[in-house]
Design a protein around this ligand. Structure first.
Ligand code: SAH
Ligand code: SF4
Ligand code: F3S
Length: 476
């Protein structure tokens, strides 16, 4: 049952495949990414694998020999956007027929060879666990073979690959700590596109954090679909788990990363309400450099809907977790994800989501209307029976409530002083700099004598619904 749900899997350790890199040397790669932070992090792994194989990266799609698009399949509109982009690439390709267009990531995994064979929109298809195979796949396109690899793995974590940082602020970076997801939230396509959950060796994670710090980075975000289920068995190769063998859980991993240097800030995403322990909260409270900010997706405020979603918690359980966060870290920022119009959602159940939001008063939220995804439990078991117009109406009600709360949350910050990590000049004016506070809110302030990558104390004097505006307190 489980293997059927996660699709094909590759057994055994992933091995570096033999590559004919000569053909690729000097070729130009253009890489575009969509979807979640994990996808952006994966693109950095892709860039690393392909630069190792001889590619140069370019920001100019027109001059690229290979155009790769790292895709998301989470909702139908995410896929439509990518289809349109592929059509545009194909139009431009007409002028340079040697150009290779490839699709990576979750949509590649979900649709397998469909975009290559039936829709003829791409020359290459690579799922999230087959990026080591990319140099080969690209060479195969040249020889007219079907360049498709959508095998999922139980082991691949790309732990040994040093990502090429594509985000150029040079201050904050992502570190993937695990891949895949073993939860079967009934609405979600991720277990099908990313395969089984597997954690990455903590030593390689700490090593990457150390290396980033030495290169001037001052913030790392530990990434996983459910970071709270991170688990590394120190003696992983043993078939029978010996309870005396040391395991590393998420709280312990976070502590190890926090100890890299007190000036390295730690963030993480995403926490799962059913798995988030007080241990994690106490570790956050203990280390000043672990940011007091938690993204805790609720999805719905009604326990029956949560059950249909197979989320593994009730409204009461979720609210108890919020209480725990607030009692251990009163200043902790909390954000969430909400879905409106899930299968069978009644008006009353929708109102329960609104009332939960009013009870929690999130600082920030990502909000969506339900989009049925093929093969998921919900698609097989329930009717997608809330009309689109109704899903949208409920969503706009949710958005209105959240906007009020976000603004309120920012207004509460006025008068407070925060330690901000300078990310660079403000986008609007080079007379100002910007950076985030612990709670992950963007702050804008008059240019200081310090450069990006330094910390500064800011007193908040004003705000908009998305930004805090401050003045310098001290530059010491
Ligand atoms: N692993 C994270 C979420 C990953 S997907 C977690 O468990 O919270 C990011 C968000 O997309 C989800 O939290 C959910 O709110 C939304 N989402 C996922 N599938 C969806 C679907 N079929 N329709 C609408 N929104 C969806
Ligand atoms: Fe999807 Fe649920 Fe896994 Fe998140 S925890 S990725 S919502 S299945
Ligand atoms: Fe999208 Fe895949 Fe992330 S479906 S949200 S890119 S894990």
């Amino acid at each position: 049952m489980e293997t059927e749900l996660v699709g094909e899997e590759r057994q055994g350790e992933a091995v570096m495949l033999e590559q004919n890199t000569e053909l690729l040397t000097g070729k130009k790669l253009y890489l575009e990414s969509y979807g979640c932070q994990m996808n952006f992090s994966d693109s950095e792994i892709v860039a690393s694998i392909l630069t190792q194989a001889g590619f140069e990266t370019t920001n100019n799609q027109e001059e690229a020999d290979v155009v790769l698009i790292n895709t998301c399949a989470i909702r139908d509109n995410a896929e439509q956007r990518i289809r349109n982009r592929l059509k545009q690439f194909n139009k431009e390709k007409a002028a340079n027929s040697d150009k290779v267009i490839g699709i990576l990531g979750c949509m590649a995994e979900r649709l397998k060879s469909q975009l290559l064979e039936e829709e003829k929109l791409v020359d290459l298809v690579a799922g999230p666990d087959s990026y080591r195979d990319l140099p080969n796949l690209i060479s195969e396109v040249g020889t007219g073979q079907k360049a498709v690899n959508v095998l999922l793995s139980r082991e691949e974590t790309y732990a040994d690959i040093k990502p090429v940082r594509l985000d150029h602020n040079g201050v904050s970076a992502f570190i993937s700590i695990m891949r895949g997801c073993d939860n079967m939230c009934s609405f979600c396509v991720v277990p099908f596109t990313r395969g089984r959950e597997r954690s990455r060796d903590p030593e390689s994670i700490v090593g990457e954090a150390n290396d980033l710090f030495e290169r001037g980075y001052r913030e790392v975000t530990l990434l996983g679909q459910n970071v709270d289920s991170y688990k590394w068995n120190m003696n992983k190769k043993e078939e029978v788990l010996d309870p005396s063998i040391e395991t590393v859980n998420f709280a312990q991993l976070m502590e190890k990363v926090a100890l890299v240097n007190p000036d390295l800030r730690i963030r993480f995403s995403t926490s799962h309400p059913k798995d988030m322990t007080d241990d994690v909260l106490h570790t956050m409270a203990k280390y000043e450099n672990i940011c007091e900010y938690i993204h805790l997706p609720v999805q719905s405020g009604n326990s029956d809907v949560l059950e249909r979603m197979n989320r593994g918690y009730s409204r009461e359980w979720y609210l108890e977790r919020i209480k725990s966060i607030r009692s251990i870290m009163p200043e902790c920022g909390i954000s969430t994800d909400v879905i409106s119009g899930f299968c069978g959602e009644t008006e009353q159940e929708h109102q329960d989501t609104i009332s939960l939001m009013k009870e929690v008063r999130y600082d920030f939220a990502y909000m969506f209307f339900y989009s049925e995804r093929p093969k998921t439990l919900a698609a097989r078991k329930f009717e997608d029976n809330v009309p689109l117009e109704e899903k949208k109406r409920r969503l706009s009600e949710i958005i209105d409530v959240q906007q009020e709360h976000s603004h309120e949350s920012n207004k509460r910050a006025v008068g407070k002083t925060y330690k901000v990590l300078i990310e660079g000049d403000s986008k609007r004016s080079s007379d100002f700099q910007s950076g985030r506070n612990d709670q992950n809110v963007m702050c804008v302030f008059p240019k200081s004598s310090k450069q990006a990558g330094n910390y500064i104390e800011i007193k908040i004097t004003d705000c908009t619904s998305a930004t805090l505006i401050g003045e310098l307190v001290s530059e010491s």
